[in-house]
Design a protein around this ligand. Structure first.
Ligand SMILES: Nc1ncnc2c1ncn2[C@@H]1O[C@H](COP(=O)(O)OP(=O)(O)O)[C@@H](O)[C@H]1O
Ligand code: SF4
Ligand SMILES: [Mg+2]
Length: 385
């Protein structure tokens, strides 16, 4: 695992067992995600973008089954093999270190809870210590100004909060949580969570956050709902964010705002982002590096500048040529993606490629670094192996 990589995916093979046969959806996918970068994962529909990104969270939706592979994640300098973690540890990694946002924001929001309720859930789970610290600080301020009975009550609250911080399992604390008159300090924690959430919504350019926090998902526009989901994913300050086509269901102006927001967040928090999209225009605007997937294989990996200036894989070249441009004839990639039930033995792009050679039919091209930090899986560039 390279030092600066937060995630290293190695040789993932994943099949779907369907009535039509075994779909070989991922066929030896390998790449790393560097600390603080936005890595684009691009390819046509069905190329394996979603299953690859879900596997980083160790999520394999039946009938999908991982055949082979390894995913290492680097948390605070320590390496964990994600696929061998037990469920409880993996749940912690998911909530605390790696977050995911999906294409359809409303599917990620619970319709019966307000935005504030849903985000505070994440705070209570993952940032409780910070919440209690903030509440104690606020209570100390209030105590300075209080007198008489109020002062006595504040002192009692403070003592319970300090117990919560130092000994969360203490019997007296657990008892007081159950007695309505004594559990007032919990309302203070909720108020503090609310302040933190309003601040977070503000940083996501959500207008009138004090109102939005009390809204239900159906009251939000598509762009606003996606921002709320992003707020939820960022509530635990993850070191890594996976965004699976997060702007596809939004209109173009809102899409541009969300892209700007994601870039801003990456700068502000140095979060590593895996940005999944089929749109190379979005990649050019947003990403630092790109992984091009084709039919379950990595075709090319390069930084954005090199990929656009000098694409090496015939598929990447065709993808770039198929971006609609004013004044240019629209060129689509000829042919269709091969069936993954019985994929070609050699290069999976064979039927659609203009540069085929004999060996392309029989020998699967391996991903090789042909220029510095520029990897390609194509016989044209290394003479085959
Ligand atoms: N539930 C499923 N059952 C059968 N095949 C599936 C299922 N989900 C995905 N696949 C197959 O896995 C491949 C990759 O899918 P996916 O990762 O969703 O692609 P992408 O996100 O790039 O559009 C596709 O060929 C698709 O047909
Ligand atoms: S390996 Fe052969 S078929 Fe595949 S992209 Fe390269 S030239 Fe085309
Ligand atoms: Mg997808």
């Amino acid at each position: 695992m390279e030092e600066e990589n937060v995630v290293q995916i190695k040789d993932l093979y994943l099949n779907f067992y369907t009535y039509d046969g075994v779909v070989k959806a991922l066929d030896g996918v390998s790449f790393g995600i560097k600390k603080g970068e936005i890595l684009g994962l691009v390819g046509e529909t069905g190329s394996g973008k979603s299953v690859t990104s879900l596997s980083v969270l160790s999520i394999f939706v039946p009938p999908g089954r991982l055949q082979k592979g390894q995913i290492d994640i680097n948390i605070k300098g320590k390496k964990y093999d994600i696929l061998s973690l037990n469920d409880a540890t993996m749940a912690r990694v998911r909530g605390k270190y790696v977050s995911m946002i999906f294409q359809e924001p409303r599917a990620a929001l619970n319709p019966v809870y307000t935005v504030g309720d849903q985000i505070s859930e994440v705070y209570f789970h993952h940032r409780k210590a910070e919440l209690v610290d903030n509440t104690i600080a606020q209570l100390r301020e209030d105590l300075k100004k209080a007198s008489g009975l109020r002062r006595t009550i504040y002192r009692a609250d403070l003592s319970l909060l300090e117990k919560m911080k130092n000994n969360p399992k203490s019997v007296s604390l657990r008892l007081s949580m159950k007695i309505p008159l004594l559990n007032r300090f919990q309302n203070r924690i909720k108020t503090e969570a609310r302040k933190m959430i309003v601040q977070m919504l503000k940083s996501l350019n959500i207008p009138d956050p004090a109102r939005v926090i009390d809204m239900y998902p159906h009251e939000l526009s598509g762009g606003m709902a996606q921002r709320a989901v992003i707020a939820m994913s960022l509530a635990c300050n993850p070191m890594m964010l996976i965004a699976d086509e997060p702007t596809t269901s939004l209109d173009v102006t809102v899409q541009a705002q969300i892209l700007l927001l994601i870039k801003d967040l990456q700068k502000k928090f140095h979060t590593s982002i895996l940005y999944v999209t089929h749109d190379l225009g979005v990649v050019a605007e947003t990403c630092d590096r790109v992984v091009v997937l084709y039919a379950g294989n990595v075709a090319e990996i390069a930084n954005v500048f090199d990929l656009y200036k000098k694409p090496l894989h015939p598929y990447t070249q065709a993808l770039l040529e198929s971006i609609p441009r004013p004044g240019h004839k629209f060129i689509s990639i000829r042919g269709i993606v091969p069936s993954l039930v019985d994929p070609p033995k050699g290069c999976r792009f064979y039927d659609r490629c203009d540069y085929t050679q004999e060996k392309c039919l029989h020998i699967e091209p391996q991903l090789v670094e042909v220029e510095k930090d520029h990897f390609v899986a194509c016989h044209l560039h290394y003479g085959g192996s």
